[in-house]
Ligand binder design. Sequence first.
Ligand code: PNS
Length: 161
Amino acid sequence: MRIAVCPGSFDPVTKGHLDIIERASKLFDKVIVLVSFNPSKRATAAFTIQERMEFILRVTEDMDNILVDCNSGLLADYLKETRACAIVKGLRAVSDFEYEFQMALANKKLYPDAETVFLTTSAENMYLSSSVVKEIASLGGDISGFVPEQILEDIKSRLKP
Ligand code: PNS
């Protein structure tokens, strides 16, 4: 069985993330969406790990090969434990590249049995990020184009000004 891990902060999950998750689910037998710890984003966290997982569960309900989990340790250790063969990440603009390239190389060094697979973000999600969603929502803007329908009201009510 070919297992892929799709790691991220998912604070909260966006339409851009969901697009990558859906496409990954067609490429692998099982995809684990892993809410992971990114130390550089600790200060800007809006949702708890449990909330983020619950949002992902809700928006992936109709996909049968998706599993949602969380991890506070190294991604490489998680890959080893789950015998995953790939890390799937979405690449948006060029600005993502250096950081993602660095992580891909580090993960390959720590756990050589998994490959990082980059999926190109769909054009409409090119400039979408959780940070943008949080900023727009907290200033009272319309985020309906950015987050999946099933979680829109929860996110709006939590982040409203
Ligand atoms: O959505 P993000 O914040 O860009 O995702 C980054 C994330 C969470 C995937 C990355 O920070 C990560 O893998 N964290 C787990 C800890 C780890 O393994 N760090 C070393 C990465 S080379």
